[in-house]
Design a binder for this molecule. Structure first.
Ligand code: GTP
Ligand code: MG
Length: 198
């Protein structure tokens, strides 16, 4: 499905299924997940060429609810709360696993997950746990290696190789991305369009 990527709107914030916005049967849902500060909200803004759509912050733990965004009336992005940040309110931290598994189990139109890892960091225990969930739920995902502008071209291949060597699964798509230089944005849009139904 071809998208124009220019008609975007914030739909709703929610924590639990009964609070999720109603999503048209014609829309596909794509969730963005990864550790706190990895660049999830920035990626949504970058894909939609709209820097005021999702709130971003230098301080980790900015997105603490599920935030739903509608794109071209056909696609819904869900910005999931990041994990791995100790300063989020205790209630959110305690319930994080439940909030995410509830979402994964109650999102019938979920077509794809964008799973983000910082290209400079080796995946930690929480990243691997999350990946294990995705495998458990059999949800297709694209691994997006973020903040590619922070490494040199020479370092890039080595960083990518190191990250992939740490992951227990293979056979998924990998995309190197930078929200600062726009590297990978056009390719990622095309990959998303291929997953989204008509
Ligand atoms: P939480 O909402 O806390 O889970 O974080 P998040 O994953 O949504 O991260 P966010 O998009 O808010 O970005 C965190 C910080 O990283 C911000 O200061 C962004 O400007 C910065 N950032 C995001 N993407 C990139 C990138 O590609 N390159 C660089 N250099 N900085 C980035
Ligand atoms: Mg965020």
């Amino acid at each position: 499905m071809k998208l124009a990527w220019n008609k975007t709107r914030f739909m709703k914030s929610a924590l639990w299924p009964e609070e999720y916005p109603k999503i048209s049967h014609h829309s596909s849902q794509i969730a963005i997940c990864g550790r706190s500060n990895v660049g999830k909200s920035s990626l949504i803004n970058e894909l939609c060429a709209n820097n005021s759509l999702a709130k971003t912050s230098k301080t980790p733990g900015k997105t603490q609810l599920l935030n739903f965004f509608e794109i071209d009336e056909k696609l819904v992005f869900v910005d999931l709360p990041g994990y791995g940040f100790a300063k989020v309110p205790e209630r959110v931290q305690k319930d994080w696993g439940k909030i995410i598994t509830n979402f994964l189990e109650n999102a019938p139109q979920l077509a794809l997950i964008l799973f983000l890892l910082d290209i400079r960091r080796t995946p930690n225990k929480e990243d691997l746990e999350f990946l294990h969930w995705l495998n458990h739920y059999q949800i297709p995902f694209i691994l997006v290696l973020t903040k590619a502008d922070k490494v040199t071209k020479n370092e890039l291949a080595a960083c990518q190789k190191e990250i992939l060597s740490q992951l227990p699964y293979e056979g998924f798509e990998v995309l190197v991305h930078s929200s600062k230089t726009h590297q990978g944005t056009i390719d990622l849009r095309k990959m998303i369009e291929a997953y989204a139904t008509t």
